[in-house]
Design a protein around this ligand. Structure first.
Ligand code: MN3
Length: 224
C-alpha cells in the first residue's frame, strides 16, 4: 500500500511538473508523404530537429516564468509586449517557430490528395485575377524574402485575401506584426526547408510546393 502511494505521488509530481509545457506535434502524415517534392530526409530534419528545437527552446525560455506555460503558443505570440521584457525576443523567435511549423505541416498533404475545388479557384481568381496570378505573386513573395522567413496567404479583417512575407519566425498573428491577418497558407523559405533537395534554387522549391498544398484545409481556413 505504501509503495502504491509512493507511485501515485510520483505520478502526480510528474504530471504537475510537465503540465502546460509545449510538445512537438506529430506530422499529420508520413515523413515520405510529400515525396518527390519534399523528401523524407528533409522532413525528418525539419520536424525532428528544427521544429523540436523551437519547442524545447520555448519551454526553456519560460522556466523563470512558469505561470506562462498556461498560455497557448498563439496567446504567447499575440501578447509579446505584455511578457516580461527579458523573454520577449526569445518567445517571439521560438514561439513563432513552434506556431509556424505546426501550421505549415497542416497545410500540406500528399500529392493529389487535397486538390483545389472549383469554389476555391473562384475565390482566388476574384482576389488575384486568376489562380496562376495568385501562384505567381505567392512565389514572388517566397523568392523575394531576403534571408530566412515565410511567405503567407492571409485573410485580412475585411475578408480580402492578401499575400505577404515575414522575416525570421515572425507571422501575421503576432503582436507588432507589420501586416495583420489570419494565415490560410504558408511556405517556409528558410534554407533548412529545402536545401538538401533544391540547394540554392528557392524558386524551384516554391514551384514544387504547389504539388503538396492541402487545398481542402486552405479552403476551410478561408471559409472560417
Ligand atoms: Mn523551418
Amino acid at each position: 500500500m505504501k509503495r502504491l502511494n509512493f507511485l501515485l505521488l510520483l505520478l502526480i509530481l510528474f504530471s504537475a511538473f510537465s503540465f502546460g509545457q509545449y510538445k512537438l506535434p506529430d506530422l499529420p502524415y508520413k515523413y515520405n508523404a510529400l515525396e518527390p517534392y519534399i523528401d523524407s530526409t528533409t522532413m525528418h530534419i525539419h520536424h525532428d530537429l528544427h521544429h523540436a528545437t523551437y519547442v524545447s527552446n520555448l519551454n526553456k525560455s519560460l522556466e523563470k516564468h512558469p505561470e506562462l506555460y498556461k498560455k497557448s503558443v498563439l496567446e504567447l505570440i499575440q501578447s509579446l509586449n505584455e511578457l516580461p521584457a527579458d523573454i520577449q525576443n526569445v518567445v517571439r523567435n521560438n514561439g513563432g517557430g513552434v506556431y509556424n511549423h505546426s501550421f505549415f505541416w497542416k497545410i500540406m498533404a500528399a500529392p493529389g490528395t487535397a486538390n483545389m475545388s472549383p469554389k476555391l479557384e473562384k475565390i482566388l481568381s476574384e482576389n488575384f485575377g486568376s489562380v496562376d496570378a495568385f501562384k505567381a505573386e505567392f512565389e514572388k513573395a517566397a523568392v523575394g524574402r531576403f534571408g530566412s522567413g515565410w511567405a503567407w496567404l492571409i485573410k485580412e479583417p475585411s475578408g480580402k485575401l492578401r499575400i505577404i512575407s515575414t522575416p525570421n519566425q515572425d507571422n501575421p498573428l503576432m503582436s507588432g506584426a507589420e501586416v495583420k491577418g489570419i494565415p490560410v497558407l504558408t511556405l517556409d523559405v528558410w534554407e533548412h526547408a529545402y536545401y538538401l533537395k533544391y540547394q540554392n534554387k528557392r524558386a524551384a522549391y516554391a514551384k514544387a510546393f504547389w504539388n503538396v498544398v492541402n487545398w481542402t484545409e486552405v479552403e476551410k481556413l478561408i471559409e472560417q
